[in-house]
Design a protein around this ligand. Structure first.
Ligand code: ARG
Length: 673
């Protein structure tokens, strides 16, 4: 029997035992209660504990199943079960509860879908179970006629005792409207205030290698690379928050034939480059000059090719020249990463040079390559184009380096989840790489999760590909400068320069500038193209970073303005009930508590715009709450006469959830704006 499966099973057994013991205890208490309406706090706590354990148990069970089915009984040795409890997801628990109900009501329908969704309207309860309709279809297929309402009733009758549901109602075609117990909400919110925002419980800790940004040396980083950088960084932050082990890799294009012409040009322009560092200020211009010569001068072209050969043979002078050129680019890239607060480890194409030789060896031995007009190519089943492993001149290609790279990430970097954040145009390239890598035994797709995170192009306000007026690619550094300038103007327009100190103003300016650029990108479904518009992203209404950052700062200032210190709030969190009686308070609480389920969903599809939608919903729901519920009451003289601590706590929980979202999205809120 396999190690990991055994580990899970042991933990599952332990959890099951605990659940049983707790159930006994709860039963005893129920008997003691004897007709009392309100459960004692002790009993509520036990029931909550019981539910938590059951939820973890079901997560463990699912993990066991997946591990077992992954590869017979051969599971992935790299996946390690997660520790810790995490923030419970209401949807997750309801899922467990209704799965049990459906299992008990319809044991002959083991595949019945458990469909739980937050209700769109309080009229329909807090959540809904919408399984009955599709179950009616499934039963019909088995020749059993049952109206969905009847199925819903049977499910309802089988719902096990649990601490979070206060009422179930069947409505419409066969929906089950679920009303939650507010005590449960209290518990969960209190946890946020006391323990901070925790990730949802997760089954397995993965080692994730995320390939993002990945610009090309000597070429300007373009907006496509900006998208990759922003999306990749957020994906890494999300996965780190969830407790995974994340490696952030910059797969820089540093090893192509373009270095031949760059080095040849360097030799001519800076003949003493070996001793004196060449002052290349504008590498892009340098690249263009080299390219013109390469295209028009046969002798130069020949020399360029000879340089590539010498470079790839790692002759010291050529390596030196290559390094000099790479360093110039590296500095320019780093300036952008520093401003956007992004960290990456560089493993460029050159890193795989020796490993490419091994790949070729492996492919030759296995008979995977075939000759095609002097090239060595490799086909994979179901792929329309082959990889070019060796060019007719004997050189390697982008394909060769990505084959070596995928092998490295699994076997040396020990990744069991590989993510590539690259423009959508390269999706076929990666499909072919993965198919070939699987074919020749570099990866086993049942053990390694592979995600290609493509993204659409960035358009200018004219809806055409984003370019400068003269048709050049927009330099990212200029774009960031423009963002800073515009953010500064915006703050002055709002007369913030009159209330903030110069330092505060600068911090706010940077927060708004970089925040709005990141958020504009992340808030669009990454598969779609989007229009880059500073005017739109700097609007202070609607789903923009500016609106959210303002909203957050305002929420944080509520307790400060009520003269309640962070210490007092921390104390209050322990012994003051969070106020949830008002409809708007409860609405806000429910949105906040959806945080873990939103993250779980995003982990599946890696579409971060859903987190933007969520944090925007938090903010708008907060406004509705704040408009109808006084947190602080003042008399006509403007003096504070009453502070509603239970509501301040709700404000605190809102700020914490927003801060957690901001962290993942890379937004840096400031204390004053
Ligand atoms: N440098 C490439 C480009 O600019 C992106 C590299 C993506 N990563 C990879 N492993 N191929 O298009």
């Amino acid at each position: 029997m396999d190690d990991v499966v055994q580990k899970y099973q042991k933990r599952a057994q332990e959890a099951e035992l605990k659940v049983q013991l707790l159930e006994k205890e709860v039963e005893g208490l129920v008997a003691l209660l004897n007709g009392e309406d309100e459960p004692s706090p002790e009993m509520s706590a036990l029931q909550l504990e019981n539910t938590k354990l059951k939820h973890r148990l079901s997560i463990l069970m699912r993990a066991i199943k997946r591990e077992e089915s992954a590869s017979g009984s051969q599971s992935n040795p790299k996946s390690v079960p997660m520790k810790g409890e995490g923030m419970l997801s209401i949807q997750g628990i309801l899922n467990d509860v209704f799965a049990e109900a459906i299992r008990n009501a319809y044991p002959d329908l083991p595949e019945a879908p458990v469909i739980i969704m937050p209700s769109s309207n309080a009229k329909f309860g807090d959540y809904q179970c919408n399984s009955a309709m599709s179950m009616a279809q499934a039963l019909k297929a088995q020749g059993v006629k049952a109206p969905p309402r009847e199925i819903a009733k049977k499910i309802q009758d089988n719902v096990p005792s649990n601490p979070l549901i206060s009422k179930l109602e069947i409505a419409g075609a066969g929906f089950i409207n679920i009303t939650l117990k507010k005590e449960f909400g209290h518990e969960l919110l209190k946890n946020i205030l006391i323990r901070g925002v925790q990730p949802p419980p997760s089954e397995v800790k993965h080692r994730v290698v995320v390939d993002f940004s990945s610009p090309n040396i000597a070429k300007e980083m373009h907006v496509g690379h900006l998208r990759s950088t922003i999306i990749g960084e957020s994906v890494c932050r999300l996965l780190e928050f969830l407790g995974h082990d994340v490696v952030r890799v910059n797969h820089v294009g540093d090893w192509g034939t373009q270095f031949g012409m760059l080095i040849a040009h360097l030799e001519d322009k800076f003949p003493n480059f070996r001793t004196v560092s060449p002052p290349i200020a504008d590498l892009q211009a340098f690249y263009k000059e080299a390219k013109v010569r390469f295209d028009s001068d046969e002798d130069f072209k020949k020399r360029a090719y000879a340089c590539v050969v010498k470079l790839q043979a790692k002759q010291p002078d050529y390596i030196k020249a290559w390094q000099l050129i790479c360093d110039v680019s590296r500095k320019a890239f780093q300036a952008i990463y520093d401003r956007l607060d992004i960290t990456l480890k560089e493993y460029g194409e050159s890193f795989y040079h020796e490993r490419m030789l091994d790949v070729v060896e492996h492919l030759k031995k296995g008979g995977y390559m075939e000759e095609d007009e002097g090239r060595q190519i490799m086909w994979a089943d179901g792929c329309k184009i082959p990889l070019t492993i060796i060019k007719s001149d004997g050189g390697f290609t982008y394909d060769t380096s990505d084959m070596a790279c995928v092998r490295y990430r699994v076997h040396e970097e020990n990744g069991d989840w590989l993510i590539y954040v690259v423009d959508a145009g390269q999706s076929t390239h990666f499909e072919t790489i993965w198919a070939c890598a699987e074919k020749c035994g570099f990866i086993d797709k049942r053990k390694v999760r592979l995600d290609f995170l493509g993204f659409g192009v960035v358009l200018g306000e004219d809806k055409k590909k984003f370019k400068t007026r003269s048709g050049d690619t927009v330099r990212l550094i200029d774009l960031l400068d423009e963002g800073l300038k515009r953010a500064g103007e915006k703050l002055v327009e709002k007369e913030r320069d009159k209330v903030l100190s110069p330092e505060e103003l600068k911090a706010a300016q940077e927060s708004v500038a970089y925040g709005c650029i990141k958020y504009a990108d992340l808030s669009h479904n990454r598969n779609h193209e989007y229009v880059f518009s500073f005017d739109k992203m700097l609007e202070d209404k609607g789903n923009t970073a500016v609106y959210l950052l303002y909203a957050y700062t305002r929420i944080c200032s509520i307790s400060r303005n009520a003269n309640v210190s962070p210490e007092q709030l921390r104390e209050a969190a322990k012994n003051t009930e969070i106020s949830l009686d008002h409809e708007k308070e409860w609405n806000l609480a429910k949105v906040l508590l959806r945080f873990p389920e939103v993250l779980v969903k995003i982990t599946k599809d890696l579409l971060l715009h859903q987190l933007c939608e969520f944090v925007y919903e938090v903010s708008t729901t907060f406004s509705e709450f704040y408009d109808s519920c006084y947190c602080v009451e003042k008399n006509s003289a403007g003096e504070i006469v009453k502070v509603n601590m239970g509501r301040l706590l709700l404000c605190e929980a809102t700020a914490s959830i927003m801060a957690a979202c901001f962290h993942i999205l890379g937004l840096k809120p400031v204390a004053k704006m």
